[in-house]
Design a protein around this ligand. Structure first.
Ligand code: UDP
Ligand code: MG
Length: 321
């Protein structure tokens, strides 16, 4: 049996591109069906993320024109990541594999077939990775590079140049949906799920039409989410700074005491200097210790799944040794 494919497309004020996008995606699905890679029941899920323009009307019209087009209308704008989760949770009911793709078709649809092939070869998660960032502005290119480097330095597994263009099998999607946290950074969660993964490489185009829904402000807050949702190393940094300051305090104390005994100080300087440095490092170390507990609380509160079992072998027969 061929797998049923569900393309999940989050749409926020996308009236300028949506019709063209759906035409291209329908053609892609039709082609996959003809090549007998996916089941004819495969479909496209458009998630309207509380758009204020005609996005939902377009989805409605298109769903009447083609049985392949499904629509999910969210009651309000909840952001790209939440909209994706909503679409994935709807699609898992009927589909065997889901591919998430942006409505502006910046991600090359030509590799969808490669993703499906990788799935058929046994991968549960297939990452779409950009070959280069030539279509980006100088600023976006370099800020993105810095961000990935920082994420990795802070100990979070992220796939370099991979955003949210990926295929996931139903069981992998179900695992992703088990993460109940609110500060969602899906591309950071997926690599922690496990299972066999594969990668396909593609060139990212400029947006078809309309404008980016990720202005600098949203991009920065997304980046902060990415770091603070996965790492408590910034807290450890406070503690480490406290220790370094304490060591520095010893050196400074030596200097201050020497100056005092040589008599070239004014009254009060020695005691002030000593207490200033000592209390400073003590405060930082205390903050680091408290932070360590807050970090623990934070991790517990997120209540992430501890593990996922891929397979088990449980014997039902009576044992004969
Ligand atoms: N999007 C969404 N909700 C939002 C913002 C964006 O569903 O609040 C969707 C948007 O319609 C698009 C995708 O997320 O399909 C990525 O947005 P965009 O292409 O504007 O981001 P960029 O490619 O510029 O980073
Ligand atoms: Mg885009």
């Amino acid at each position: 049996m061929k797998p049923i494919l569900g393309l999940v497309v989050p749409c926020y004020n996308e009236e300028a591109v949506l019709r063209d996008t759906l035409d291209s995606l329908k053609a892609v699905v039709a082609d996959l069906v003809t090549r007998q890679l996916v089941d004819p029941a495969s479909r496209i899920y458009c998630v309207d993320d509380g758009s204020r323009d005609n996005t939902w009307q377009i989805i409605q019209e298109e769903s009447l024109r083609s049985a392949a087009v499904c629509g999910v209308k969210l009651a309000g704008n909840v952001g790209h990541q939440n909209a994706l989760m909503a679409g994935l949770s709807t699609a898992t009911a009927d589909c065997d594999i889901m591919i998430s793709i942006d409505a502006d078709l910046q991600d090359d649809t030509a590799v969808i077939a490669d993703m499906v092939n990788a799935y058929l070869d046994g991968a549960d998660i297939v990452y779409g990775v950009r070959k280069s960032r030539e279509s980006d502005s100088f600023f976006k290119r370099n800020s993105a590079l810095m961000f990935y480097k920082m994420m990795n330095a802070l100990g979070t597994k992220t796939i370099y140049n991979h955003a949210d263009y990926r295929l996931m099998s139903r069981r992998a999607t179900e695992k992703l949906l088990a993460f109940r946290e609110r500060n969602l950074f899906i591309r950071g969660i997926v690599p922690t799920i496990g299972f066999r993964t594969a990668t396909v490489y593609y060139d990212r185009h400029p947006r078809l039409a309309g404008e980016s829904k990720y202005p600098l402000k949203k991009m920065l807050s997304f980046a902060v989410d990415g770091i603070t949702s996965f790492s408590i190393r910034p807290i450890r940094l406070i503690f480490a700074t406290g220790i370094i300051m304490l060591i520095a305090t010893l050196t400074v104390s030596l200097y201050v005491l020497l100056a005092y005994f040589h008599g070239n100080t004014i009254p009060g300087w020695t005691s002030l200097m000593l207490s200033l440095w000592f209390i400073g490092s003590l405060v930082l170390i205390s903050l680091g210790i408290i932070g360590e507990y807050i970090g623990k609380i934070y991790i517990e509160v997120k209540d992430r799944p501890r593990f996922f079992i891929e397979k088990t072998i449980i014997q039902q027969k009576e044992t004969t040794f």
